[in-house]
Design a binder for this molecule. Structure first.
Ligand code: PEP
Ligand code: MG
Length: 907
C-alpha cells in the first residue's frame, strides 16, 4: 500500500528533512525537528501527491487514505495522552498547508479543530480557563465557516463574524476583543453558529467531519486566486501541490505564562549574526504574523522568561548546524513549556542573503559553490536600490514632514502617491504614477497591488508579518507596524495621530531602511554599491555590504565559464557596465547614439534627403558626431571587445510627429512643410518591425553603412594612436542571407582599407551578424561562411519565431500566462522549445562551418537567470545584458556552471 501519511512528534517520526517534495517544507522539517529531539507537538503530514489527486478528481481521495489517517490519529493520541473528541481532555488539532517552498499566508489554515458543544466542556475542565476555551471555540467556528464552508464577507469584504464582534463590542462598550468575558464569548459562539445556519450551511459537530472538511479546504486552497498569483510571481509549478499538516494544538493564549513567537536565526534584513525575532505573551501564532498586535523584540524574552530564551538559543544553534542555513522558526509557550511549531529556511533580503552565505563559508558551514547557489540571482537587483538624497531628507526633517516611524521591513527608499487599496494602486500605476500602497494591515489579497507599488506601508504588523515577508521577497520597499497612522478606507485618508491628514493620491515617502515615513516627495539617490562602483563618491570602507558583494562577484567570476558583456550605447553607460563587471560590449545600438537634440536634426536631414547628393552632405555632418561617440566608447573600454551594430530601426521612427516640430524642422533644413509631410507619409509602414529596417537600410543606401564604418575606423585609429588598444566588432542587423553580409562586408572592408591607408595603421576588426530571423537560424551554416561572429537578437528572434509583436504582446500575453500556454513571458525567458531549438541548431551549424566562431546573445534574455542557464548549457560564448543586470548575469552564469559540472559529474 502506498504511503500517504507520515507521522511526527517524537524521535520515531517517519518523515525527515529530505522529503520536501512529498511532505512540503513544513512537514519535512517538523519531522526532522522531532527526530532531533526538539519538543514538537505530535501530528502527521498528508503528502503532496494526495493534493494533486484530490484536486484532479474533484475531492476524491486515494484508496487507503482513510485507514492510514485513523492509524496516524491513534499515534498522535498516544504521544499527547489525549483523545480526539474526548469529553474530558479532548485532543485539538490544527490543519495547515505546506508546499515545497513556503508561500506565506497564501493558503488556508484551520485551528482549534475538534471543539464542539460537548468537547468544549472538556477543554474548560482540562484548562481550568473557561474564557480561553470559549475564545478557542468561537475562533474555530469562524475559521471553519470561512475556510471549509466558504462563508464569505459582504460586498465590501467585511466578514459577518467580524460584524457581530463589532456589534457586541459596541453594545458592551468594549474597545478590544481581549475585554470579552467567558460569558460574552459563549454568547458569540451561539451567534456564530446562527450565522452559519442562516447561510444555509451546517457547522459539523463530529470531530471527524470537521477534520475531513478542513483537510479538503486546505488542499483546495492550493488553487485559490492569491496562491495562483503568488506561484506565477515566484515561478512555482502548479503540479507541486501542497501537503497538509495535521498537528496537535498547543495554546499560546491560555494565560500569562503562555505566548507565541517567530524568530530568525540571523537578521533577515541585514544578515547580521544576531538572533532576531518577536513574541507576544498570551497570544496565538496568527496574532504575531497577521500583525494585529505589535510584538516585542525577542531579546526581551531573555528577561521575561530566561529558561525559555536559553532553550531557544540552544535550538537556534542546533538548527543552523543541522540545516547549514539561516532558519526561520515559529514557537509557542504553553503554560511555561516551549513547543517548536515550525522551522524553515528563512526568507531574506539580497543584502542578507549575500552576507549570510559568505559568513557561513567563513564559519565552515558550507563551501563556496553552495554559497553561490544559495543566492537568488534575480534578487541581486535589490542591492542597487535607491536611498533618499540626504540633503532633501534633512530638509524634510527640518520641515517636520517626518510624520511617523514604523519598522524597517524592506530596505530602500521610495516616493509615490498614496493608494489605500490594491485596486487603487493598480489604477494609479496605469495612469503613470509611482505608488505607495498604504493599508492598516496587508492581507494576501493585496498581492496584486503590492506588485505594482514601489513601496508598502502598514499601520499594524511586525517585521515578520506576512506583509513584510512578501514585500521583502519581492524587493519592495516597506515600512510596517506604523501604529501612529490610521488608514480610513471609507473617506480615502490617512490620519496621523495628533497630526495631519493625507489624502489618497497625495505624495508620501518611505525609508524602508530606517522605518521613517515622510509626507510629500523626497528625491531618491543610488545605493551604496551604486555610489562606490558607479559614482565613485563613497569609499568602500564606509559600506558594510560592499566587501561581501565584492567577494560574491569575485567568486562568481572565478566559477563561471560563460562570458558576460553589456548592452551599452554611450560612453557613460559603458563606464557603468565596466564598474559592474562587463568584459566587453555585446551590443551598441548606434541608432541610440543619435537621440539628442543636435544629432537628431542631422539624422532627419539624412532621411529626408531627396537625392543622394543631399544625403551625402547630411552624412558628412553626421560623421564627426558618430566618430566622437565611438572615440568615447573605445577610450572607456580599453581594448575590450565592442560589438557595434550598424543602424537598425525603421527610419520613420526618427521623424517628428507634432505639427510644430514638423514646421520647425521645415524651416531649419529648408524644405517645405508639405514636402516633409509627404515624405513622412511615404516612409510610414504597416508593420515597421518587418519593414525597412536592419541591414535592408545599408543594402539600399550603402553610403549609410560606409559613413558608419568610416566613423568607427577613424575613431579606432585616433584612440589607437593614443596608445589605447581598440577592437571593434561590426555587426550587421536583421540579416536573412549570406549575400547581405557579403555586400555589407565589402563596403566595410573597402572603408577600412581607405582609412587605414590614410592613417598609416592597420587594426584588427571583425564583421559578424545578428541572428534575429528564423531564416537566418535555419541557414546558419551558410551565414557563417561570411559572418565572423553571431549574436542572437533574441528579442526579434522571439517576435519573428512566435509571430508575436514584441510591442503589442501586452494585450494578450498576461492571459497566455494565466492559461499556462507560456510558463514565463517568452520576451523575458527564452522559449526553449521553439526559439531555443533554433538557437541550438544555428550554433551547431555555424560552428560546423567556422569552428571557432564566437557566439552570444544580446536580447533582453541575456540578463535573465533561466535564459543564462540555457545559454551556458548549449555552449554559447557569452551573454550580453543591460548594465544594471550584470551582477545578476555574473552570478547566474556561475550557478549555471556549477549545475553543468554537477550534471557532467553525474553522467
Ligand atoms: C534583439 O532583437 O534581440 C536585439 C538585441 O535588437 P533590438 O532589441 O535592438 O531589436
Ligand atoms: Mg533586433
Amino acid at each position: 500500500m502506498q504511503k500517504y501519511i507520515y507521522n511526527f512528534g517524537a524521535k520515531s517520526a517517519t518523515g525527515n528533512a529530505t522529503l520536501k517534495n512529498l511532505l512540503g517544507g513544513k512537514g519535512a522539517n517538523l519531522a526532522e525537528m522531532a527526530r532531533m529531539g526538539f519538543p514538537v507537538p505530535a501530528g502527521f503530514t498528508i503528502t503532496t501527491e494526495v493534493c494533486t489527486f484530490t484536486n484532479r478528481f474533484n475531492g476524491k481521495y486515494p484508496d487507503g487514505l482513510k485507514k492510514q489517517l485513523s492509524e496516524s490519529l491513534a499515534y498522535v493520541e498516544k504521544i499527547m495522552g489525549k483523545k480526539f473528541g474526548d469529553k474530558k481532555n479532548p485532543l485539538l488539532l490544527s490543519v495547515r498547508s505546506g508546499a515545497r517552498t513556503s508561500m506565506p499566508g497564501m493558503m488556508d489554515t484551520v485551528l482549534n479543530l475538534g471543539l464542539n458543544d460537548i468537547t468544549i466542556h472538556g477543554l474548560i475542565e482540562s484548562s481550568g480557563n473557561a474564557r480561553f476555551a470559549w475564545d478557542a471555540y468561537r475562533r474555530f467556528i469562524q475559521m471553519y465557516a470561512e475556510v471549509a464552508l466558504d462563508i464569505k464577507g459582504d460586498i465590501k469584504g467585511v466578514s459577518p463574524f467580524e460584524k457581530i464582534i463589532d456589534q457586541q463590542k459596541k453594545e458592551k462598550n468594549l474597545q478590544f476583543d481581549t475585554e470579552f468575558t467567558a460569558e460574552d464569548l459563549q454568547q458569540l459562539v451561539a451567534l456564530f453558529i446562527d450565522v452559519v445556519k442562516k447561510s444555509g450551511k451546517e457547522f459539523p459537530q463530529t470531530p471527524e467531519e470537521q477534520l475531513w472538511g478542513s483537510i479538503r479546504a486546505v488542499f483546495k486552497s492550493w488553487m485559490n486566486e492569491r496562491a495562483i498569483i503568488y506561484r506565477q510571481i515566484n515561478s512555482i509549478p502548479e503540479n507541486w501541490g501542497t501537503a497538509v499538516n495535521v498537528q496537535s494544538m498547543v495554546f499560546g493564549n491560555s494565560g500569562e505564562t503562555s505566548g507565541t513567537g517567530v524568530a530568525f536565526t540571523r537578521d533577515p534584513a541585514t544578515g547580521e549574526n544576531d538572533f532576531y525575532g518577536e513574541y507576544l505573551f498570551n497570544a496565538q501564532g496568527e496574532d504575531v504574523v497577521a500583525g494585529v498586535r505589535t510584538p516585542h523584540r525577542i531579546s526581551r524574552l531573555g528577561k521575561a522568561a530566561p529558561h525559555i530564551y536559553s532553550e531557544l538559543i540552544e535550538y537556534r544553534a542546533q538548527l543552523e548546524k543541522r540545516f547549514k542555513d539561516m532558519m526561520d522558526i515559529e514557537f509557542t509557550i504553553e503554560n511555561g513549556k516551549l513547543w517548536m511549531l515550525q522551522a524553515r529556511v528563512g526568507k531574506r533580503t539580497a543584502a542578507a542573503a549575500i552576507k549570510i552565505a559568505i559568513d557561513m563559508v567563513g564559519e565552515g558551514f558550507i563551501d563556496r559553490e553552495t554559497a553561490l547557489m544559495r543566492i537568488d540571482a534575480e534578487q541581486l537587483n535589490q542591492i542597487l536600490r535607491p536611498v533618499f538624497d540626504p540633503v532633501e531628507k534633512k530638509k524634510a526633517m527640518a520641515e517636520k514632514r517626518n510624520i511617523a516611524k514604523g519598522l524597517n521591513a524592506g530596505p530602500g527608499a521610495a516616493t509615490g502617491v498614496i493608494a489605500l487599496s490594491a485596486e487603487k494602486a493598480e489604477q494609479f500605476k496605469k495612469e503613470g504614477s509611482d505608488v505607495i500602497l498604504a493599508r492598516m494591515e496587508t492581507s494576501p489579497d493585496d498581492i496584486g497591488g503590492l506588485k505594482v507599488s514601489e513601496g508598502v506601508l502598514t499601520a499594524r504588523g511586525g517585521m515578520t508579518s506576512h506583509a513584510a515577508l512578501v514585500a521583502r521577497q519581492m524587493g519592495k520597499i516597506s515600512v510596517a507596524g506604523c501604529e501612529s497612522l490610521h488608514m480610513n478606507y471609507e473617506d480615502g485618508t490617512i490620519t496621523v495621530e495628533g497630526g495631519i491628514t493625507l489624502k489618497e493620491g497625495d505624495f508620501i515617502s518611505l525609508d524602508g531602511t530606517t522605518g521613517e515615513v515622510f509626507a510629500g516627495k523626497i528625491k531618491t539617490l543610488p545605493s551604496d554599491i551604486h555610489r562606490i562602483l558607479i559614482d565613485g563618491e563613497l569609499d568602500e570602507k564606509e559600506s558594510d555590504l560592499y566587501p561581501y558583494f565584492r567577494d560574491l562577484m569575485q567568486w562568481s567570476d572565478e566559477t563561471r565559464t560563460l562570458g558576460v558583456r553589456a548592452n551599452a550605447d554611450l560612453p557613460e553607460q559603458a563606464k557603468i557596465a565596466l564598474a559592474l563587471g562587463a568584459e566587453g560590449i555585446g551590443l551598441c545600438r548606434t541608432e541610440h547614439m543619435f537621440f539628442g537634440k543636435d544629432k537628431i536634426k542631422t539624422v532627419r536631414e539624412m532621411i529626408l534627403a531627396t537625392d543622394s547628393k543631399i544625403r551625402k552632405e547630411a552624412l558628412e555632418k553626421l560623421l564627426p558626431l558618430q566618430r566622437e561617440d565611438f572615440i568615447g566608447l573605445f577610450r572607456v573600454m580599453k581594448g575590450r571587445p565592442i560589438i557595434i551594430r550598424l543602424l537598425d530601426p525603421p527610419l520613420h521612427e526618427f521623424l517628428p510627429e507634432k505639427k510644430e516640430e514638423i514646421e520647425a524642422l521645415a524651416r531649419e533644413i529648408g524644405i517645405t512643410t508639405p514636402e516633409i509631410l509627404h515624405k513622412i507619409e511615404s516612409l510610414g509602414e504597416a508593420n515597421p518591425m518587418l519593414g525597412f529596417r536592419g541591414c535592408r537600410l545599408g543594402i539600399v543606401h550603402p553610403d549609410i553603412t560606409q559613413t558608419q564604418a568610416r566613423a568607427i575606423f577613424e575613431a579606432a585609429c585616433i584612440v589607437s594612436k593614443e596608445g589605447i588598444k581598440v577592437y571593434p566588432e561590426i555587426m550587421i542587423p536583421l540579416a536573412l542571407s549570406s549575400d547581405e553580409i557579403r555586400l555589407q562586408k565589402e563596403v566595410i572592408a573597402r572603408t577600412a582599407k581607405k582609412v587605414f591607408t590614410k592613417e598609416k595603421i592597420e587594426l584588427a576588426y571583425k564583421t559578424g551578424t545578428m541572428i534575429e530571423l528564423p531564416r537566418a537560424a535555419l541557414i546558419a551554416g551558410e551565414m557563417a561562411t561570411e559572418a565572423e561572429f553571431f549574436s542572437f537578437g533574441t528579442n526579434d528572434l522571439t517576435q519573428t519565431t512566435l509571430g508575436i509583436s514584441r510591442d503589442d504582446a501586452g494585450d494578450f500575453l498576461p492571459e497566455y500566462l494565466n492559461q499556462h500556454i507560456f510558463k514565463a513571458s517568452p520576451f523575458k525567458t527564452i522559449d526553449q522549445k521553439g526559439v531555443g531549438r533554433l538557437i541550438i541548431m544555428a550554433t551547431k551549424e555555424g560552428r560546423a562551418v567556422r569552428k571557432n566562431i564566437h557566439i552570444g546573445i544580446c536580447g533582453e534574455h541575456g540578463g535573465d537567470p533561466d535564459s543564462i542557464k540555457f545559454c551556458n548549457e548549449i555552449g554559447l560564448n557569452y551573454v550580453s545584458c543591460s548594465p544594471y543586470r550584470l551582477p545578476i548575469a555574473r552570478l547566474a552564469a556561475a550557478q549555471a556552471a556549477i549545475i553543468h559540472r554537477k550534471i557532467l559529474a553525474a553522467a
